[in-house]
Design a protein around this ligand. Structure first.
Ligand SMILES: O=C(O)[C@@H](CO)OP(=O)(O)O
Ligand SMILES: [Mn+2]
Ligand SMILES: [Mn+2]
Length: 559
């Protein structure tokens, strides 16, 4: 595609005009649930979002943001930013990494590919290292996939295997890392009985070790490098379950922020630094938080931190994390091929596009939005602005994050009249929601609402159109619940805080002075989801969406 201009040409919408400035606002982690004390969004002062809701059903409705609607394996899979922004930007539902890996493992095809063969070359003499997130969250990785991969690799000749485990507590309950590590240890023990020297070699909390994203804080990746590659960490343990239990007792320790540790033998020597001749697989399927480590492992010219020692390894990702950068070069499962995104179509039809967020979500409205592709389609027509995020803090400390700055830059972009589409991600409800701090999350939701207000005011001034939605739920439910929906208590009688995303639907609202009076949400698409949004805003730009896109959510009635 793309060689001929005609292939990209979008049909004019029969009724809707071109040339209106359209603001597409994504509130990250903003779902819809019944008001109650654990619904930070309902408790927070959010006059703008509340007023949009008054527009239901014509200009406000709910859409699905989890499970099959975003290409995840089951309806029990909560949504996440990767699949959410992929669906929003691509306008179609693609089988996502989680599902593709499931299929490749079930069919055994994962072992037939070039990627596995490449790592397999090291099995005779070297160690196979598996680095990734150990939980059943299903957002970045899944423990059951890791266990299958361990078994499969052992059956195919791996004699020595080291797992470098990152603890979660963000997609799953805080404290659950102990149980996941026990499960992993159990399986490793079985492999040891079969004569495979299989063990955990290092660990640390995902937000403090390895899994930074969008180059917000390279120290995070360095801490992982030191533990995983060099075998150096401030804490030494003989047993990984023991390690987690002990480190969780440190002040403010959580699964997400657990200090890095290495496992040592009876002589105090690290059991699994990564050495020349070893194989490495990063087993997360999701891209954003693996790209930085992949760069450190793969790039010869790398200057983000001193790697000290760069082992000669055979490295493969579970997936290729960045198709444009071909990073990593080798991978076990081919990623979804998300082509012909709305971003590319609109730019190729002359829509001048501005995208903005702060660092921790910047790639969401650029990279994920554009089908896991970095960079511009057309530099002359696009501008992507990244507001630097705070680093080295948990976001409950500064719940306003950069919402104001994002809104200001977006307002200025709208008022400049240089853009036809402005697209933003406002991260507060998600990033602060993940800390589990309800009070801070309430402040975060207010800050997000203030940000929306500023952007809508600018749209008002230029006679434009807005579309406000979210990528998945988070802040609308901060407590773990039983099947009846009642809050669950822990053994001390405290509520169990929910730090993860949810299965809730998300709102979508349209409006602004540029919206023709006859435009309203259709009533014949009750199960609409995030993938229906792209066709919707393409219409608002005056175009018909390509015929294979999920249908638009709007219709135009003659008044
Ligand atoms: O922080 C992240 O990596 C995920 C949760 O694991 O959140 P989001 O999908 O909203 O980016
Ligand atoms: Mn998100
Ligand atoms: Mn999130």
């Amino acid at each position: 595609m793309g060689s001929s201009g005609d292939a990209w040409k979008l049909k004019d919408h029969p009724k809707l005009p071109k040339g209106k400035t359209v603001a597409v606002i994504v509130l990250d982690g903003w779902g819809e649930a019944k008001p109650n004390e654990y619904n930070a969004i309902s408790v927070a002062e959010t006059p703008v979002m509340d007023s949009l809701k008054q527009g239901a059903p014509e200009h406000w409705r709910l859409i699905k943001a989890h499970g099959n609607a975003v290409g995840l394996p089951t309806e029990d899979d909560m949504g996440n930013s990767e699949v959410g922004h992929n669906a929003l930007g691509a306008g179609r539902i693609f089988a996502q990494g989680a599902k593709l890996v499931d299929l490749a493992l079930a069919s055994g095809k994962i072992y037939d590919g070039e990627g596995f063969k490449y790592v397999q070359e090291c099995f005779e003499k070297g160690t196979l290292h598996l680095i990734g997130l150990v939980s059943d969250g299903g957002v970045h990785s899944r423990l059951d996939q890791l266990l299958l991969l361990l078994k499969g690799a052992a059956e195919r000749g791996a004699k020595r295997i080291c797992v470098h485990a990152l603890t979660d507590g963000r997609d799953v309950l805080d404290g659950s890392s102990v149980g996941f590590m026990e499960t992993l240890e159990n399986d490793l023990a079985k492999l040891r009985e079969q004569g495979v020297d299989a063990r955990v070699a290092s660990g640390g909390g995902r937000m403090y070790v390895t899994m930074d994203r969008y180059e917000n804080d390279w120290d995070v990746v360095k801490r992982g490098w030191d533990a995983q590659i060099l075998g150096e960490a401030p804490h030494h343990f003989k047993d990984p379950v023991e390690a987690i239990k002990k480190l969780r007792q440190e002040p403010n320790a959580t699964d997400q922020y657990l200090a890095p540790f290495v496992i040592v033998d009876d002589n105090g020597k690290p059991v699994g630094p990564i050495l020349d001749g070893d194989a490495v697989v990063t087993f997360n399927f999701r891209a954003d938080r693996m790209v930085m480590l992949a760069k450190a492992l793969e790039y010869e010219d790398f200057d983000k931190f001193d790697r000290v020692r760069v082992p000669k390894i055979h490295y493969a990702g579970m997936l290729q994390y960045d198709g444009e950068l071909k990073l990593p070069n080798k991978y076990l499962v081919s990623p979804p091929e998300i082509d012909r995104t709305s971003g590319e179509y609109l730019v190729r039809n002359g829509v001048r596009t501005f995208a903005c967020s702060e660092t921790v979500k910047f790639g969401h409205v650029t990279f994920f939005w554009n089908g896991n592709r970095s960079g511009y389609f057309d530099e002359k027509l696009e501008e992507y602005v990244e507001i630097p995020s705070d680093s080295g803090i948990t976001f409950n400390v500064k719940p306003k994050m950069k919402a104001l700055e994002i809104a200001e830059r977006t307002r200025d972009a709208i008022l400049s009249h240089k853009f036809d589409q402005v697209r933003v991600n406002i991260p507060n409800s998600d990033m602060v929601g993940h800390t589990g701090d309800i009070k801070a999350t309430i402040e975060a939701c207010k800050a997000a609402d203030d940000g929306v207000k500023m952007i809508l005011e600018a749209i008002e001034q230029v006679g434009g159109i807005f579309l406000v939605t979210a990528d998945h739920g988070n802040a609308e439910d901060m407590v773990k619940r039983n099947k009846k929906g009642e809050p669950l208590l822990d053994k001390n009688g405290n509520i169990q805080i929910l730090t993860s995303h949810t299965l809730e639907p998300v709102p979508i609202a349209i409006g602004g002075p540029g919206l023709l009076p006859g435009v309203r949400f259709r009533t014949d698409l009750p199960t609409g989801g995030l993938a229906n949004v792209a066709a919707t805003f393409m219409n608002l730009h005056g175009f018909e969406a390509p015929s294979d896109y999920e249908p638009t959510l709007i219709e135009v009635v003659d008044n």
